[in-house]
Design a protein. Structure first.
Length: 208
């Protein structure tokens, strides 16, 4: 079969649609057109559609609640990370992005540390604690500190909360229960996944 025949057959092919479900439950629909161009749809939009098909009630309102964990350390969702006005209101100078598929929205205005962490029970989020905690310590331990760190993932419920809880435990030398209560008082929907909770329990034991 020569090149011309291949091109003729290819020209008769119809656009195809591939549904890809990630381990985190996000659904991406890829459209491959006749010219072999692949268009990846908006992941968040498709996740909403997927959840609706599964019978979930989806809240489309942005989550703009900023939790203050301690002096100079804040946490929340990707919605806050994309809202320049709110970030400036809280005096944020540095942003820790541990979500998946979320860009650093304002690299010209803030300093970022980006670590892609999957919100899965088997993910060893504990392995990232040393790098993250050292980064935060270096920013907030200076005299007359004017640095403010914002920690976010996608929903601001599991990954960013786990990191914030761990940092509180280390910095304030408090136990898991107390750190979790502090975070829940700021953001009541905080809920590390089961695997992350077990790792926080490990960290709690290690800290004692």
């Amino acid at each position: 079969m020569n090149l011309e025949e291949l091109q003729r057959i290819r020209g008769k092919l119809k656009a195809t649609e591939t549904v890809v479900t990630s381990p985190t439950g996000e659904v991406t629909i890829e459209d491959r057109h006749e010219n072999d161009e692949k268009i990846v749809s908006n992941r968040r939009k498709k996740k909403v559609e997927y959840l609706k098909r599964c019978g979930f009630v989806v809240d489309l309102e942005p989550d703009l609640k900023v939790g203050k964990a301690m002096e100079n350390v804040y946490f929340g969702s990707q919605d806050v990370a994309a809202d320049l006005e709110i970030l400036q209101k809280f005096g944020i100078t540095h942003i820790l992005n541990v979500g998946t598929g979320i860009p650093n929205h304002f690299p010209e205005k803030f300093s970022y540390l980006k670590i892609d962490i999957l919100d899965l029970p088997e993910t060893r989020i504990l392995n990232h604690f040393p790098e993250i905690f050292n980064w935060i310590d270096n920013l907030t331990s200076v005299p007359d500190c004017e640095n403010n760190v914002f920690i976010h993932c996608n929903a601001g419920i599991s990954r960013s909360a786990t990191i914030t809880i761990g940092y509180l435990m280390k910095s304030l030398k408090i136990d898991l229960k107390t750190a979790l209560e502090i975070c829940k008082a700021q953001r009541p929907n905080v809920k590390p996944n089961a695997g992350f909770m077990k790792q926080l329990e490990e960290f709690d034991t290690f800290q004692k």
